[in-house]
Design a protein around this ligand. Structure first.
Ligand SMILES: [Zn+2]
Length: 417
């Protein structure tokens, strides 16, 4: 029935949708509160609540606090009436989550992205995993509300196209009509969004993060991606920032040459390949390092070797990671002094797998912002949802789509501006 909340709605259907949305947003709510929030007459509200109960969209969930008289009966959404699928397609892996309407994970699948995962292979694998999940849980396409995808830009969200993301390990990631292709086979409504935004949306729905008004979320792995919430709303229209993070922010006027042609960009110091190249150069010039025990050819070191070496206390790797984190922290301070966030969430492999990188970035950014923030301080966090954040948020945008005031093909949410 949730799918009926789209298209041209009668006045009664609009009222049912409004009530359902308020119950979803509030978690659990009494009839009295719903009357206050909507301005509906008591008889109308009672009749509509009964209709939502009979349809199975909502259910009773015990009694709330009394404000004098009898304790009020509370209502919540029925989280098992429909399901959503959230997908995170990144440069290193693709993750697929089947979730109920409270975004609890029912089933999950993950595969690595490598030189063989062309768009055709990736789409086939996604379809195969979704079919397996639906079969395992005996779900039909009517049970699934839709599919949300959080991925790397640039994107054409309205048309559901991945345009030409950099640094995918396989060839062929150009102008991929991913929503159309999944919809053709699975016949499920599919929505595309920047992964940085879906991850932020998922994190921002968690306590206590939902108490903050201004939040920046940076995902740092092979590339850097950034999502922003200002005054409680997810900022759309920042496509370049969603795709590139602030990786080309200049932190040293006469610094290193960057791949973009400029000098002194954050990426020139702190991308994984920049750190790797620094370590290789130093070793080739004779610097001792534990990392030489890991590989027979030093050119073969990868991100995991660097993390391991830092965690083992290798002085060379530690110095290079500290330096990379310092420049990143300076860049983050610059961004903070434009947006003045209350909370900065730092996630992705670079922050998650290297305590040292996270510590140096946060202490550098804090110190540089100290005066501007006066008595306040920025709160830093690695987030609460870890690697699942992007896919959970992607599932969330599907439900948000059905609850938007006028559902169409885009991502529609009161959080969006
Ligand atoms: Zn650059």
């Amino acid at each position: 029935m949730l799918k009926k909340f789209t298209g041209n709605l009668s006045q009664k259907e609009k009222s049912l949708k409004e009530l359902y949305k308020l119950i979803f947003e509030n978690g659990s709510v009494s009839k009295g509160d719903l009357i206050k929030l909507t301005g509906m007459r008591q008889t109308t509200c009672t009749r509509l609540i009964d209709e939502l109960l009979v349809s199975g969209l909502i259910k009773e969930c015990g009694y709330g606090e009394s404000s004098g008289g009898r304790k009020p009966l509370m209502y919540e959404i029925n989280k098992n009436i429909n399901y959503v699928i959230g997908i995170d397609i990144s440069r290193t892996y693709t993750k697929i989550l089947l979730m109920d309407l409270s975004f609890s994970i029912i089933a999950q699948a993950k595969f690595k992205m490598n030189e063989t995962t062309t768009p055709d292979v990736t789409i086939d694998l996604i379809i195969s995993h979704i079919n397996k999940m639906m079969k395992l849980y005996q779900l039909t396409k009517d049970d699934i509300l839709g599919i949300g995808i959080g991925t790397i830009g640039p994107l054409n969200r309205e048309k559901g196209i991945i345009i030409n993301p950099n640094n995918f390990p396989s060839d062929g990631w150009e102008n991929i009509k991913i929503c159309e292709r999944l919809n053709d086979v699975l016949q499920l409504h599919t929505i595309l969004e920047y992964g940085a935004n879906t991850a932020l949306l998922a994190e921002y729905s968690q306590e206590p993060f939902n108490q903050f008004r201004n939040v920046i979320h940076v995902i740092k792995g092979t590339g850097t991606r950034t999502g922003i919430i200002m005054d409680g709303r997810l900022v759309l229209g920042t496509d370049k920032l969603s795709s590139l993070g602030q990786g080309h922010m200049i932190v040293d006027l006469y610094g290193r040459k960057c791949s973009c042609g400029s000098n002194g960009c954050i990426n020139a110091y702190s991308s994984i390949s920049a750190m790797k190249n620094d370590i290789i150069d130093a070793i080739q010039q004779g610097a001792p390092s534990l990392i030489t025990n890991k590989v027979s050819n030093i050119e073969d070191i990868d991100f995991n070797d660097i993390c391991q070496a830092v965690n083992d206390g290798d002085p060379l790797s530690t110095r290079i990671v500290q330096n990379a984190a310092y420049y990143t922290g300076v860049g983050l301070a610059n961004l903070a002094q434009v947006l003045f966030p209350d909370l900065i969430i730092l996630s992705g492999p670079t922050y998650t797998n290297m305590e040292l990188f996270y510590d140096v970035v946060t202490s550098t950014a804090s110190k540089r912002c100290e005066k501007m923030y006066s008595n306040q301080r920025i709160i830093f966090s690695r987030g609460q949802l870890g690697e699942n954040a992007t896919a959970i948020g992607a599932g969330r945008i599907v439900l948000e789509h059905f609850l938007a005031d006028s559902a169409s093909n885009g991502t529609l949410n009161k959080l969006y501006i």
